[in-house]
Design a protein around this ligand. Structure first.
Ligand code: NAP
Length: 529
């Protein structure tokens, strides 16, 4: 049994900063990490084409001016190897590794109400005892392997985008089947297509995707951004999405048809989320959303030469942006290649996986390698994978059977001295995840500092505060079009998972302000003693 003041579970970007911040408070801390290295989602998601859909200068830590000045991002949108290099640099720079236990999966965390301690045990049998427990387990860290009949029979290799082999995979000369057209599929398809002999994509839901227009980041532009960094970071903190990109919030319906086309085209040329976050009414008004969606569909029709394939690729069954928007490089162009075909499995469903490929209703498709770009058990998956027991042995997973409930997305009633970074009920995946993590880490560290300074031994969300918060999160989401898609935001991609909209939709800046108000009020909504 090893004693620590705090244990942080996970050494991704949030976990690393939490470890650093708690050490700064003078506490003894260890982070426990399942992987062999730091970086979390960027450690595992090594699939070809993996890159961030938030610009690198924004998707990076803001807590250290020296760090942000010394690091050089080679591209506007960073590729996974660069992000992982950055995570490793941070770990070295702040000497984090000495307090990280790698290759250890936390199996159980149990609160001892008599000793006011958490007992945290790993699958290797190591046990830690701590006063504070911080879950930095990530929102997208448990890969979802679909329940496909016969999957175990397949004789070729099965690769999941979220658990990609560190040594990579050589597709040259191979025939490849790929299931899934979310962000991971959309990013990997163009690269796999350029390497493989043949690629067949099995698409269940067509997705909206906006080009990234990625390019190297010119040195002068980088220097200019670095000169303005403090102001840009502040702008990000005051934005909806936690990013410093301009958020104009023009209303689509206030524009004339001609002006609309100009604005859509402008935002589309800016790329990625600039298109979604430019308009005030796109996520709340179906008419505005239809117009934004049709513009994207027309771009697909103009790009994909085969009109039948273009129509398969045009999303028509959910509002634009209601599933997480994808940001791509040459995704739709890839379907103009001779070696790429698509099967619409809503029309021609997969019946079973066979030894040499898969059968749909219409026949057999043979391939050497099957790529599953099928996503994650998002937001609650990593928390529910741990046997977390709070007061009177209550199991978190059981408490969340009908959907996760938390106060501020950061604390759960019945689980004292435990915090969740970017937990359900916080902006998390709707914001720049590094900034969302930083905001939580700073808030949690201040709360712990307050507890330490005031001799508080237990801090715990009150159930009434939690219920009010959960109701507000659900009601806010219900006013938007986010709830109109079968998305992972709602848990709809995992059979049997409760359908509840998990992220906080009112914006990063509104949320951060609410957290500050709670702190200023002396932590309203928390029981402390
Ligand atoms: P995803 O968005 O959940 O997409 C999974 C895909 O697999 C969907 O097309 C889904 O179809 C399909 N699928 C799942 N189960 C299936 C089944 N049984 N049969 C057929 N198709 C099935 O997962 P993801 O692409 O890994 O992305 C998840 C999130 O990770 C993203 O939304 C994003 O937030 C993050 N991410 C970000 C980046 C980045 O650019 N920074 C890159 C990758 C991922 P349905 O839509 O019909 O369910």
């Amino acid at each position: 049994m090893q004693d620590r003041d705090a244990i942080v579970i996970g050494a991704g970007f949030a976990g690393m900063y939490m470890l650093h911040s708690l050490r700064q408070l003078g506490l003894s801390v260890s982070a426990i990490e399942r992987g062999s290295g730091v970086g979390g989602v960027w450690h595992w998601n090594r699939y070809p084409g993996a890159r961030c859909d938030v610009e690198s200068m924004s998707y990076s830590y803001s807590f250290s001016e020296e760090l942000e000045q010394e690091w050089v991002w080679p591209h506007r949108y960073a590729m996974q190897p660069d992000i992982l290099r950055y995570a490793n640099h941070v770990a070295d720079r702040f000497e984090l590794r000495r307090d990280i236990v790698f290759n250890a999966t936390v199996a159980k965390a149990e609160y001892d109400e008599t000793e006011l301690r958490w007992l945290v045990s790993t699958d290797a049998g190591e046990t830690f005892r701590c006063r504070y427990l911080v879950m930095a387990t990530g929102c997208l860290s448990v890969p979802k392997v679909p329940d496909l009949t016969g999957l175990e029979r397949f004789r070729g290799r099965v690769l999941h985008t979220a658990d990609w082999p560190a040594e990579g995979h050589d597709f040259s000369g191979q025939t490849v089947g790929l299931i899934g057209t979310g962000s991971s599929g959309i990013q990997s398809i163009p690269i796999i297509a350029s390497q493989a002999k043949q690629l067949r994509v099995f698409q269940r839901t067509a997705n909206y995707s906006i080009p990234a227009w990625n390019s190297p980041l010119p040195a002068e532009q980088e220097a200019e951004l670095k000169r303005k960094y403090r102001a840009l970071r502040q702008k990000a903190r005051e934005s909806y999405a936690g990013d410093y990109a301009d958020e104009y919030y023009t209303s689509v319906l206030d524009l004339s048809p001609a002006e609309r086309e100009v604005q859509f085209e402008k935002r589309w040329r800016e790329g990625g989320f600039n298109y979604q976050y430019a308009f005030a009414d796109v996520m709340v008004d179906e008419r505005a959303n239809d117009l934004a969606a049709e513009f994207v569909r027309n771009k697909i029709r103009a790009t994909v030469k085969n009109p039948r394939v273009a129509e398969i690729l045009c999303p028509k069954d959910h509002p634009f942006g209601s599933k997480r928007l994808c940001v791509d490089t040459d995704y739709f162009e890839t379907y103009n290649r001779e070696n790429v075909t698509i099967v619409d499995i809503k029309v021609d469903p997969i019946v079973e996986i066979t030894e040499s490929g898969l059968c749909t209703n219409d026949g057999e498709h043979r391939f050497d390698t099957l790529v599953l770009a099928t996503g994650f058990d998002a937001m609650t998956g990593a928390l529910n994978a741990i046997d977390i027991r709070g007061r009177r042995g209550a199991l978190l997973k059981e408490q969340w059977r009908d959907g996760p409930r938390s106060y501020l997305g950061v604390a759960v009633a019945g689980f004292p001295n435990m915090f969740t970074i970017t937990g359900p009920g916080s902006p998390s995946v709707l914001a720049n995840m590094i900034l969302a993590g930083e905001q939580h880490v700073e808030w949690i560290a201040s709360f712990i500092a307050h507890a330490e300074a005031n001799g508080l031994r237990e801090i715990e969300a009150k159930s009434e505060a939690q219920e009010d918060w959960a109701r507000m999160v659900t009601e806010s989401a219900a006013k938007t079009l986010y709830v109109k898609a079968n998305s992972w935001y709602l848990g709809a991609n995992v059979p049997g998972k409760a359908r509840i909209f998990m992220p906080y939709v009112d914006g990063f800046q509104v949320y951060a302000h609410a957290c500050e108000e709670v702190a200023k009020s002396g932590y309203r909504g928390f029981r402390m003693g």
